[in-house]
Design a protein around this ligand. Sequence first.
Ligand SMILES: Nc1nc2c(ncn2[C@@H]2O[C@H](COP(=O)(O)OP(=O)(O)O)[C@@H](O)[C@H]2O)c(=O)[nH]1
Ligand SMILES: [Mg+2]
Length: 247
Amino acid sequence: MSPFLGKGTGDNLISSLSIPPTVFLLKVSIVIPTMNEEKSVGQVIDVVRSVMKPTGLPYDVSIVDTSSKDRTRDIAREKGALVIEEPRRGYGRAYKTGFEKAGGEVIATLDADCTYPAEDLPKLIDLLVREDLQFITTNRLTNLEEGAMSAKHRFGNGILNFTTRLLFRVRIKDSQSGMWVFRKDAYAKLDVQSDGMPFSEEIKIEAFRKLRSKEVPITYRKRVGEVKLSSWKDGWKNFKFLWKKRF
Ligand SMILES: Nc1nc2c(ncn2[C@@H]2O[C@H](COP(=O)(O)OP(=O)(O)O)[C@@H](O)[C@H]2O)c(=O)[nH]1
Ligand SMILES: [Mg+2]
């Protein structure tokens, strides 16, 4: 695997990777939004840690929690994650707060529900650096594990994906994926208005229009714990949002 480089001073940790001495190790902030995810958040943090450690990169993990009534926050703290409290409801709201507080030059996101392959993070970070990208999103639809997405959900996604491509002329196959890896300084150039679930499609539309972006296939797994969105209601909101943003 190629190293994780940027411009800066040298570091012993990477000397064995045959990269120029003018590189430094990028700091990565992994940001996870949570609302009552005690069944899965611990495992997600564990996997993130187990794959980030061998990279030698400095990193931190934080959850952005909206009033969880279960042990989500305690578990995250026990696992050494930073707990950011965001009482205002909304998936997008949580990410906005989390990104503001993130100290890394690179930010990575995923759900707290064990659906996304946290083990792919090093590969995605490496790709970001190697191809000098600013934003990477992931496509869950090419490798859906059994039970990961209902037919209803796939149908709704199809409509949203088609509409996104049609209205914005962006080549995005999975407009609703929640696993992204990007440069924090590049994110500052985006105008992401939504505080709710449409945040996901909007950040991609903005990124594909303004940044060096790429979509990469991943595996998507069946959720642990209860889903927080309501398929039809949020699907409809996401659909309306696309038209409102466009016109
Ligand atoms: N902080 C915060 N997290 C949320 C909110 N809504 C959803 N989440 C979290 O965001 C992630 C995505 O929600 P999820 O129910 O998995 O939706 P889906 O993956 O689109 O089906 C999960 O980790 C949720 O716990 C919210 O209002 N605030
Ligand atoms: Mg999820």
